[in-house]
Design a protein around this ligand. Structure first.
Ligand SMILES: NC(=O)c1ccc[n+]([C@@H]2O[C@H](COP(=O)([O-])OP(=O)(O)OC[C@H]3O[C@@H](n4cnc5c(N)ncnc54)[C@H](O)[C@@H]3O)[C@@H](O)[C@H]2O)c1
Length: 333
C-alpha cells in the first residue's frame, strides 16, 4: 500500500543528514546526495564522512544520486541544500514534481542578487504556488544527529499543512511548533547568521561579555525591524526562529558562522577562512549582502549588518567597525 508520508531529503550536508537520521527513527527515508561519488561512498560506508562524520546511517535510509527517483519515491520533499544551490536544485527538481508533492525547506539563507527568501525562490522556479512549509529554529546538526532534545518551528501559510509536518517530523527528540508567519521565520533563520558572524568578530577581537550581550540584543532589534518591514510579525522574531536561533548561534561553539567571525576578528582574511571549510557553507557570508539589499529596498536601518558587510567584503578592520557602531548618533531604545 502506498503511504502518503514518504519522505525524501534533498541535500546531504550536515543538516540534511541530521534530519534524515532524526526522521529515520519513525519513517523510511530517501537521502539525495548532489555528488555522484559521494552518494556511492555513503551508500557503501553508511557514513557521511564529508559533512557529518561519526554517525552510522540506519538501513531504512536509502542513499541516491538520482533526483527523479528521490522525487518519485516521496510525498514530502525536504530541501536542505545551501541557499546558493536552491535555485539550481529546484530547476532540476521541478520537472519531477507532482501536484500532490509537499515541499519543505530547511535551508537558511537569502538568495544573493535577488534578495529572495528560499520559499520565494522555490515558487519562482516552479512557476506557481506550492504546498510549502519551512523549518527553522535552534538546531545544530550534530546535536540533532545525537538525538538530543531539539525544538524548532514549522511555518506554512496553510495551517493544516504545518500541522501535518509537525505530526510527521515529531519524535521524542524533535518537537515542532507551528507558525503561519513564513516571512518572519525565514528571515529570522537567515539574518541570525549575520549577527552570529558579528558575535564571532567580537569574540575574535577579545572583547567582553557586555559587548556580546549588547550585540545579541541589538541584533534582535535589527532582525525584527527588517522582518516586520517585509511583512513578518515581531512575535515570530521573539520565538524559536529569532531569539532562539540567535542565542544558539551567537553562543554555541558548533556555529560555523560564529567561527568564521572569530577568525575575521583575529585578523585572518575571508578567502583563507572559507578555504579551510572544505565545501561546508557559512550561510551568513552571503546572507549579509542579501540582507543589506533587502534593508535598502525597505529603507530599514541595519547598522550591525552594514558593518559586517564592510568587514567581509570591503576589508574594513573589525576594530574600526566596532568603533563606528559605538559612536553612532544616540538613539532611543
Ligand atoms: N549545519 C547545521 O548545523 C545547520 C543547522 C540548521 C540549518 N542549516 C542550514 O542547512 C543548509 C545546508 O547546510 P549544511 O550545513 O547541511 O551544509 P554543509 O556545509 O554541511 O554541506 C554543503 C552541501 O552542499 C552540497 N552541494 C555542493 N554543491 C552543490 C550543488 N551545486 N548543488 C546542490 N548541492 C550542492 C554538498 O553536497 C553538501 O551537501 C544551510 O542553509 C544551513 O544554514 C544548517
Amino acid at each position: 500500500m502506498t503511504s502518503h508520508n514518504r519522505i525524501s531529503v534533498i541535500g546531504a550536508g550536515a543538516w540534511g543528514t541530521a534530519l534524515a537520521l532524526s526522521l529515520a527513527q519513525r519513517h523510511p527515508i530517501t537521502l539525495w546526495v548532489f555528488e555522484e561519488e559521494g552518494a556511492a561512498r555513503m551508500q557503501s560506508s553508511r557514513v557521511n564522512q564529508a559533512f557529518l562524520p561519526g554517525f552510522e546511517l540506519p538501513a531504512n535510509i536509502t542513499v541516491t544520486h538520482d533526483l527523479a527517483a528521490a522525487a518519485a519515491n516521496a510525498d514530502v520533499l525536504l530541501c536542505v541544500v545551501p541557499s546558493q544551490f536552491m535555485r539550481s536544485t529546484m530547476r532540476a527538481l521541478t520537472p519531477h514534481l507532482r501536484p500532490d508533492h509537499v515541499l519543505v525547506s530547511a535551508t537558511k539563507g537569502i538568495e544573493d542578487e535577488t534578495c529572495l527568501r528560499m520559499s520565494e525562490v522555490m515558487e519562482q522556479v516552479a512557476g506557481h504556488q506550492l504546498p510549502l512549509a519551512v523549518l527553522s529554529g535552534p538546531s545544530f546538526a550534530k546535536e540533532v544527529a545525537q538525538h538530543l532534545p531539539t525544538v524548532i518551528t514549522v511555518a506554512s501559510r496553510d495551517a493544516d499543512l504545518a500541522q501535518r509536518i509537525q505530526r510527521l517530523f515529531a519524535s521524542p527528540s524533535l518537537r515542532l511548533y507551528t507558525n503561519d508567519d513564513v516571512i518572519g521565520v525565514e528571515l529570522g533563520g537567515s539574518i541570525k547568521n549575520v549577527i552570529a558572524l558579528a558575535a564571532g568578530v567580537v569574540n575574535g577581537i577579545g572583547l567582553g561579555s557586555n559587548t556580546s550581550a549588547a550585540l545579541i540584543t541589538r541584533g534582535i532589534s535589527e532582525m525584527t525591524r527588517l522582518a516586520v518591514a517585509c511583512g513578518g510579525r515581531p512575535q515570530t522574531l521573539a520565538g524559536l526562529s529569532g531569539v532562539g536561533d540567535l542565542v544558539l548561534t551567537c553562543t554555541g561553539s558548533l556555529s560555523r558562522n560564529r567561527t568564521v567571525g572569530t577568525e575575521l576578528g583575529r585578523g585572518r582574511k575571508l578567502p583563507d577562512i572559507l578555504a579551510d571549510l572544505h565545501g561546508q557553507v557559512a550561510e551568513g557570508v552571503r546572507s549579509t549582502t542579501a540582507a543589506l539589499g533587502l534593508a535598502q529596498r525597505h529603507s530599514v536601518e541595519m547598522p550591525i549588518t552594514e558593518q559586517m558587510n564592510a568587514i567581509l567584503h570591503h576589508g574594513k578592520p573589525p576594530a574600526d567597525a566596532i568603533r563606528e557602531l559605538m559612536t553612532r548618533p544616540g538613539k532611543d531604545e
